[in-house]
Each structure stands twice: as C-alpha cells, then as structure tokens.
Design a protein around this ligand. Structure first.
Ligand SMILES: [Zn+2]
Length: 270
C-alpha cells in the first residue's frame, strides 16, 4: 500500500522521521508554508524559509525515496502585521514556478481578525491571478466553525476560484459537511494528544464518506507524529475496511486533489 501525507512540516522533523515514513510506505509528502514556532521579523526570513522548503527539503526527502512537494503562502498566525504580510505576499510569485510548488498555502484564519481576513483575501487574489490551487488552514480554537464560514464566504464572494481546486485543512465533524457541500476538498489532521485522534478521523469518514476527503498528520515542531497516519490506517483495518478502500483514501484521493497541478507526478491507481 502506498501512502501520501498531504500536510507535514518536515523542516521541523528529524531525518529519522523520513526514514520511519519511508519504511511505512509513505511515497510523497506535502509541506505547506506556515508559522515556524516564533514570529519572523522580516520578509527576508520568509524568503529563506520558502527557499528551504522548495530547495533543501526535497533533497532530504529524496534520500528516502519520498517525493516532497510544497505550498507557499503567508500564514494566518503572522498575518496581524499587514505591512509585513504584504511584503511577504510580494515575494510569493518568485516561488510559484519552483518544481515542487503545488499552489498557495497554508493560508487562512487563526483568530478570525479583520487583518487576517485581509491578508487571506489578498492571497485569494494572488491565486486567481496566477491560476494557483489553494490549501487553507482553519482555526484550531473554539472559533473553527466561525472561521471556516468566513473563509467559505470569502471564496464564494471572490468568484474567481474553482471550488475543487481548494482544500480546507484541519476540518472536524462540525465543519467537514459545510466544506464538502461547497464543492471543496476537506482534510482531517490527526494529532497525538488534542484535536483529531485516529479513531475520530475514521468516525468522520464513516459519517461523511471518502469523496474529496484527505487525511494528514501536520507533523511539525509541536506535539505531532507523522506515523499517526499509519495509525488511522490500522484503525480502518481493525474496523474491517479492505486495503483497497484504505488506499483510496490515503493514496488515490491525494493523487486526485494534488494531481490537478501537473507538477504532481504520482497518479491514482485507477
Ligand atoms: Zn500546517
């Protein structure tokens, strides 16, 4: 069985994680640009970060036969500083042509502020102008539902973005239906301590189905683990799902969403 982790911050992981992922049949991973665990002080710091995830990380991954892809964007946690955000948005186009870049992300809302929304909308414009796909971060706090609705409204109001070229990440039971109903892809992130557990993710699949659904680990610098994806696979097997069905979720679906960008090289099995 082949596996794709559609959201994992490998810059924060050790080489041992690449090795573990490779041994557990992960063949590709996607690294969205995000917060680094601290607020950066200049656009130059973002430039270095974007260079790292487009030039350095693919080489680390290739040593473990893993294809590494990236999304470039100004994240919501640092978007309160609109002047800095605008400067960063100015350098994004420089990276969109990179061989491993699939689109603009992960962008979205964190505390649902006016400034975050402004920076989000600027990047919707940028995506439309450059014909880019989009990966969204939805808030992790109590206001996930409110933030998700604000983002859905912004995309709808924009009018220049095709819904199937957008994935909302970190969805849960109370947001997944809204996202799918709007024609977007919905990704669930599995965490080790809080938020979505492997069992909760499989419960969601049982409730909403697998069409336009993705599962990822968002492995980063905090409590997280790239092998949680494999724990969700084990949970599905334990509940009696066939390997074929599981692979549809963890391999074919990522190929279908990501493959809308011809730079993504893997193809679904059928
Ligand atoms: Zn992330």
């Amino acid at each position: 069985m082949k596996i794709i982790d559609t959201h994992v911050h490998m810059i924060a992981r050790t080489t041992a994680d690449y090795e573990r992922m490779a041994l557990m049949h992960t063949v590709a991973c996607c690294e969205p640009a995000f917060w680094a665990g601290y607020d950066r002080t200049s656009a130059a710091a973002f430039h270095d970060y974007f260079t790292h995830i487009t030039a350095c990380e693919p080489k680390r991954a290739a040593k473990y036969l893993i294809q590494h892809y990236a999304w470039i964007g100004m994240n919501s946690k640092e978007a309160e500083n609109v002047a800095l955000a605008q400067e960063v948005i100015g350098i994004i186009p420089e990276f969109l042509g990179a061989e491993n870049v699939l689109g603009i992300g992960e962008i979205g809302l964190n505390k649902n502020t006016r400034n975050e929304l402004r920076v989000f909308e600027l990047q919707l414009d940028l995506a439309a102008k450059h014909g880019q796909m989009l990966l969204f971060h939805t808030p992790h706090m109590d206001d996930k539902l409110k933030g998700t609705k604000m983002m859905l409204d912004a995309v709808r109001a924009h009018g220049g973005i095709r819904p199937e070229r957008v994935c909302f990440d970190h969805v849960e039971e109370h947001t997944m239906g809204l996202v799918l109903d709007a024609g977007h892809w919905a990704a669930m992130t599995i965490y080790p301590v809080t938020k979505n557990s492997p069992a909760r993710v499989v419960d969601c699949i049982e409730r909403f189905g697998m069409e336009r659904a993705l599962v990822d680990t968002s492995g980063d610098w905090g409590p997280s683990d790239p092998t949680l994806l494999h724990q969700a696979i084990f949970e599905m097997r334990r509940r009696g799902y066939s390997d074929d069905t599981v692979e549809t979720l963890v391999y074919d679906n990522p190929c279908r969403f990501l493959g809308q960008n011809p730079k993504f090289k893997l193809k679904p099995r059928s």
